[in-house]
Design a protein around this ligand. Structure first.
Ligand code: SF4
Ligand code: SF4
Length: 176
């Protein structure tokens, strides 16, 4: 019994090797060949736009609060229409660990991951990306989402004026 087990144990690794010799190699000849990353791969971050072409980011600081390595910084500003945006927005990719927590925290779906992973370089300062570097001209993984239309913020329509909203309650009407 133990003799058969020993023979099997000796031959089995040869069989595994033989099977793998017949398989096609999985090696990707990088950088000549580029691998297509999975859609949920967490690569470089980007700032997206809503379907109307506006910047989605409202500079709420939630992403920087969620970031475990403090690599996001920004300054908030407000336009003439009352809409908030980031006057400047900076990500230090030398510190980013690509955990994706900032994308989870973002209420406007502004900050999203891309499949890009080629960030290596010799100059660390080139890995500090500003808003112009991060901002893209599309909606990323959620092209149809529009925060201002969904949230009913007064600058898009008067409060209670959106089809999905009910009109605000006048507290004086509740008096006995
Ligand atoms: S992916 Fe993680 S580490 Fe990188 S900026 Fe977002 S929260 Fe910070
Ligand atoms: S990217 Fe999102 S979470 Fe970060 S400041 Fe802009 S709106 Fe807020």
């Amino acid at each position: 019994m133990s003799l058969w087990r020993d023979i099997k144990g000796t031959l089995q690794p040869f069989w595994v090797t033989l099977c793998n010799m017949m398989r096609r190699p999985v090696t990707v000849q990088y950088p000549e060949q580029k691998q297509q990353m999975a859609q949920r791969y967490r690569g470089r971050l980007m700032l997206t736009r809503d379907p109307e072409g506006h910047e989605r980011c409202v500079a709420c600081h939630l992403c920087s609060a969620a970031c475990p390595v403090d690599c996001i910084s920004m300054q908030a500003a407000e336009g003439d229409d009352g809409r908030r945006h980031a006057a400047w927005f900076r990500i230090n990719f030398t510190r980013c660990i690509f955990c994706g927590l900032c994308t989870e925290a973002c209420p406007t779906l502004a900050i999203q991951v891309t499949g890009e992973f080629e960030l290596a370089g010799r100059d660390p300062l080139k890995l500090v990306w500003e808003k112009d570097d991060l901002l893209v001209d599309h909606g990323g993984h959620t092209p149809d989402y529009n925060f201002y239309r969904q949230s009913g913020v007064g600058v898009a329509a008067p409060r209670g004026g959106l089809p999905t909203e009910t009109a605000p309650v006048d507290p004086k009407d509740l008096m006995p």
